[in-house]
Design a protein around this ligand. Structure first.
Ligand SMILES: O=C(O)CCC(=O)C(=O)O
Length: 363
């Protein structure tokens, strides 16, 4: 990072160069730079263009009210994918990577037999829940309409997020997953007694389209982000309060679609709406991997699912490990699929602990 003063446009212009990476523009190589400046951006571009001389030119690809994270010059794989042959254990390697990039990739967390076992729970719950939907909400066109129930949500477009309620699925997570990652969680999120988890399946049906960029959880009110500091992820950014673990149950490729992440985008709350810039800047990490692999990300990280052009369902197990005080309410509705019937027969007067008014307040 360097701060340079350029003489031009009638005064000195202060530019702090933050990061650079290689990209291409219709096959032509380009060097992308991120920089911080208070000067009008177009003036800065003109000035840099002039400074570069005739051989190179400079143009503005994006400006934002936060530092736009770029892919590191060595590429993401070297920094966010744990090397299973490395002598450094994932528990020792992951905390810093997660802090800096908001995500990491772990090869083969569950094996073929375990994938099959989990798939059977998932298939059963999908079919049971969709049958319930058809029975209680024949007016909803599953796959087309948007809905938010307590158990399942869909933003239309053939994509669903279903909370797994069965004891078998929860036990599977306890025994086959949580037991393997206790130390990893302790070093990245918190001790066993501070945490709990929700388990769901995110599934997209053949024909589902690209999803919009989003983060599943916001920066908490009053919690600091990285501000304008290039190493603010190290010095200022609030600790994460929730980690999401994605485990695909099928091999993930271009046709099935994949989860596309913007590493580093957890650093600043003002990056909302800038996901498409990550695509233009070729700074996404595309989660094409094998069934059973694990993608871990900070709940504040921007990501999206890409289109499923295959003929296969794409189910991804999602385990949300979180501080107990954080209650997930943004991604599901308040009412159960069967709510109307329950209300008519037996009014529910008990306060709903999961959705209490105090949940998710400032911490
Ligand atoms: O389908 C995917 O790969 C990711 C989906 C996702 O992020 C979501 O539904 O919130």
């Amino acid at each position: 990072m360097t701060s340079v003063e350029y003489a031009g446009i009638g005064r000195l212009v202060d530019i702090t160069w933050v990061q650079h990476c290689l990209a291409n523009d219709d096959g032509k190589p380009v060097q992308l730079f991120t920089a911080i400046t208070k000067a009008p951006t177009l003036n800065v571009v003109g000035l840099v263009d002039e400074t570069l001389g005739d051989e190179y030119s400079c143009e503005l690809w994006a400006s934002a009210p936060a530092i736009l994270p770029l892919q590191p010059p060595e590429g993401y794989d070297k920094v966010i994918c744990h090397d299973p042959t490395s002598e450094v254990a994932i528990e020792d390697w992951a905390p810093e990577v997660l802090k800096e990039w908001g995500m990491f990739f772990q090869k083969g967390l569950i094996n073929a037999e375990e994938i099959k076992e989990m798939r059977s729970y998932v298939d059963e719950e999908i079919s049971k829940t969709e049958d319930l939907m058809k029975e209680h909400h024949p007016e909803i066109e599953i796959g087309k309409d948007t809905f938010h129930f307590k158990e399942i949500a869909s933003r239309g477009n053939g994509r669903f997020d279903l909370l797994l309620q069965s004891e078998s699925a929860k036990e599977f997570v306890e025994q086959k997953i949580r037991s393997q990652v206790t130390t990893l969680l302790e070093k990245t999120l918190g001790t066993d007694s501070e945490l709990d988890f929700d388990v769901s399946v995110i599934y997209s049906k053949p024909g589902s389209q690209n999803q919009g960029w989003h983060c599943d959880g916001e920066h908490q009110k009053g919690a600091k982000d990285s501000e304008w500091e290039p190493d603010g992820w190290k010095t200022i950014l609030a600790e994460t309060y929730a980690l999401c673990l994605f485990i695909p149950l099928v091999d993930i490729n271009e046709e099935t679609g994949y989860t596309q992440y913007w590493p580093g985008s957890h650093r600043n709350r003002s990056l909302v709406g800038f996901g498409p810039v990550a695509e233009i800047a070729q700074s996404t990490w595309n989660g094409k991997c094998s069934a059973g692999d694990a993608m871990w990300y900070d709940y504040r990280l921007f990501h999206r699912g890409t289109a499923n052009t295959s003929s296969l369902l794409r189910p991804i197990v999602q385990v949300l490990f979180k501080k107990k005080w954080y209650v997930e309410r943004a991604n599901y509705g308040e009412d159960s699929i069967t709510y109307k019937e329950e209300e008519e027969t037996e009014p529910d007067t008990e306060p709903d602990a999961e959705h209490s008014e105090d949940a998710n307040k400032e911490h």
